[in-house]
Design a protein around this ligand. Structure first.
Ligand code: PRP
Ligand code: HPA
Length: 177
């Protein structure tokens, strides 16, 4: 019988030289297209969170692919979901942080009132590469005085050493390359 992890693994496709030469892009679209694979991802995240974290107040998802998994997990846990967006997308007063990507530059932003001081949060994204994105999101959470419980990703690209940037924070990944 195929395990949930094997099912997830089987629904990740590699694309060489996308979006730039030298990048081996891991595509998670097949996971979204297969209900059983998507359920397996959320099951595995839920099991991890229930086992390792007593109380979670909010799931914080990263633009754009963190939005695919974050709300599903938040619903399972019965907690709210908050969006970390690319700059210029959110209305009202916002807080932002600039960061470097594996293949470019970007700025992450949240609404100032999205997270209250002391709230226990888990960050979620599809993939950890250099760690620049999750690090920036952690900086935003620190500015809001949130308590960061850890980071959840479907895929970790080990050779880019992203966890080094996130030193003090626990990173849980389902699949590693
Ligand atoms: C990708 C990916 C992560 C981030 C990982 O998103 O979904 O968010 O890069 O890279 P890092 O660990 O080196 O920061 P991208 O910025 O390409 O944006 P998208 O989700 O809008 O496509
Ligand atoms: N796949 C998908 N998203 C990414 C990657 C990748 O290899 N690297 C940085 N973001």
């Amino acid at each position: 019988l195929e395990s949930k992890l094997q099912l997830v693994h089987r629904h990740i496709r590699p694309f060489p030289d996308f979006p730039k030469k030298g990048i081996l892009f891991r595509d998670i679209c097949p996971i979204l297209k297969d209900p059983a694979a998507l359920t397996a991802v959320i099951d595995l995240f839920e099991e991890h969170v229930r086992k390792n974290h007593q109380q979670v107040d909010l799931i914080v998802g990263i633009d754009a692919r963190g939005f695919l998994f974050g709300p599903l997990l938040a619903q399972r846990l019965g907690v709210g979901f908050v969006l970390v967006r690319k700059k210029g997308k959110l209305p009202g007063t916002t807080v932002s942080v600039a960061y470097d990507l594996e293949y470019g530059k970007a700025e992450a932003e949240i609404q100032e009132d999205a997270v209250a001081p002391g709230q226990k949060i888990l960050l979620i994204d599809d993939l950890l590469a250099t760690g620049g994105t999750l690090h920036a999101a952690c900086e935003l959470m620190k500015k809001q005085q949130a308590e960061i419980l850890g980071c959840l990703v479907v895929i970790e690209l080990k050779e880019l050493n992203g966890i080094d940037q996130l030193k003090s924070h626990a990173v849980f990944s389902l699949v590693q390359y």
